[in-house]
Design a protein around this ligand. Structure first.
Ligand SMILES: O=C[C@H](O)[C@@H](O)[C@H](O)CC(=O)O
Length: 272
């Protein structure tokens, strides 16, 4: 199995708290991006003290209350399934802060991390404040919810976005990359993909590959899997009959999303 594909590894870490994914610089090729998925039963709490990292807490499903000891955001979260395709609530917590997530209902939470050295205010990122985009045409259509885009100055290095791709469509396509610290032409951002499928038994194909093909992995990605993108192009193909969801976390030396399309396939964008 590809080293870029992470299958769910469920571990109960405390009463009512199950860790599903825990991507770190120690167990992955990513240096800038960290990622966790945590399931909580009603009333269960997850507590974390952040070091030199910031965290975007995304209420993937269910209702949660988030506190950083100074502010508390109660009963946030908007959906029981990501495939309701409505934006959800998130909370940004900066470096050297401690936060507590308490489940109001059964909840699945994504914890998105990146490096942070300048403490910023804790902030509720309301669902209604997500920038919504309908991108693409033909069989390249996808719905994008910008949770923490580079236009939002609330974070130091973190970028978070969720993408919904309909049956038989491609996304993160035409293939693009952001693996060169070469602004204004391209930024260097590592990336993680947390995937869900509807119906659950579905799969997508995702290829991660570099110009020199030093990385060239084509993966069958199933519900709940995480794909790591240390470098390279990273298109996703969704089979007929299934819907795809993924949550992207991006981070690198500069908090700018400036990608480079693969020249061989950029013509896709020129179709009328
Ligand atoms: O670099 C960003 C990720 O590849 C996705 O968020 C991608 O941009 C989504 C899309 O536009 O298809």
């Amino acid at each position: 199995m590809s080293k870029l594909l992470c299958k769910p590894n469920t571990t109960e870490i405390s009463s009512g708290v199950t860790l599903v994914h825990d991507v770190t610089s120690e167990n992955s090729p990513l240096e800038y991006v960290g990622f966790k998925v945590v399931d909580l039963t009603p009333g269960a709490t997850y507590t974390e003290e952040l070091g030199k990292v910031e965290c975007c807490i995304v209420a993937l499903t269910g209702k949660i209350t988030v506190s950083d000891q100074e502010v508390t955001f109660e009963n946030i979260g908007t959906r029981e399934s990501v495939f309701e395709k409505i934006p959800t609530d998130s909370v940004y917590v900066s470096n050297e802060r401690k936060f507590v997530v308490e489940a109001v209902s059964q909840a699945r939470v994504a914890l998105c991390y990146s490096q942070s050295y300048q403490q910023l205010p804790t902030k509720l990122i309301k669902a209604e404040d997500n920038g919504i985009e309908n991108r693409g045409k033909y069989s390249n259509k996808r719905l994008v919810h910008n949770i923490l885009p580079d236009s939002d100055p609330s974070a130091n290095s973190l970028l978070v976005v969720e993408v919904f791709t309909e049956s038989g469509n491609w996304s993160s396509y035409p293939p693009h990359k952001h693996d060169q610290d070469n602004l204004p032409h391209e930024s260097f951002l590592e990336e993680s993909y947390y995937h869900e499928m509807n119906p659950r038994q579905g799969f997508v194909f995702q290829r991660v590959y570099t110009d020199d093909r030093s990385i060239d992995e084509t993966m069958t990605v199933e519900n709940g899997d995480v794909v790591l993108v240390p470098a390279g192009y990273h298109p996703v193909a969704v089979p007929d009959g299934y819907e795809s969801y993924y949550l992207n976390v991006m981070a690198g030396p500069t908090r700018i999303w400036k990608f480079h399309n693969e020249p061989a396939h950029e013509w896709i964008l020129e179709r009328k």
